[in-house]
Design a protein around this ligand. Sequence first.
Ligand code: AMP
Length: 220
Amino acid sequence: MISSGKHLVLMAPPGGGKGTQSRILRELLGVPHLSTGDMLREAGRQGTPLGLEAKALIDKGCFVPDELIIKVISERLDEDDCKEGFILDGFPRTLPQAKALDSLLFEKGRRLDHVIEIQVPDDLIIQRIIGRFSCADCGAMYHDTLKPTKVMGKCDDCGGSNFIRRQDDNWTTVVSRLKTYYSITTPVLPYYEYQGLLTTIDGTGEVDAVAEKLKKIIGI
Ligand code: AMP
């Protein structure tokens, strides 16, 4: 089994900081950040059959079917940039997805190194999600009150001036996504705990403080 120590899964409720932390780790580890949500939204923007099917489900806060998302991630893991590892954000979200990921990696003679659960209480999740937006050009994440851009209308990271808000970041959908997280995704955690891969951290602190906890677990 090949292991570079860089085959990572971040698990958290929506708005738990997976995307923000993945972007930090991507720079430090030099492996790609694979966000299934981003992949599906991009497919939606391009109007592919997959994207259109996914968009209808995402907007309602529902999961896309396992077979579909497993195929997406299987093809992505075959790409060259994933050879040294990856940071999975938003996958797996169900037990069948977790088992499929193990099989896909096993076929390639690889395995996961760490699964890190980032815990954030529901009230903070809701506060974080209602009001978040991102740079359409580089993906940097912001929030109306918690993390506004330093200069109004200008991305701190790339200077871009196009920002987007997710359609599923509204009160009704967030509550439904949280319920789904607790009923369908958290039951995946014992699967990884049994394999000795799981570490749980408190994700309520500052972004840098949470990143330090992740770095310690990964050993960088
Ligand atoms: P995220 O950006 O991770 O919050 O994902 C946004 C939405 O994409 C989710 O609410 C689901 O509708 C869909 N999605 C992303 N990843 C998965 C997955 N692994 N399984 C099922 N649906 C997913």
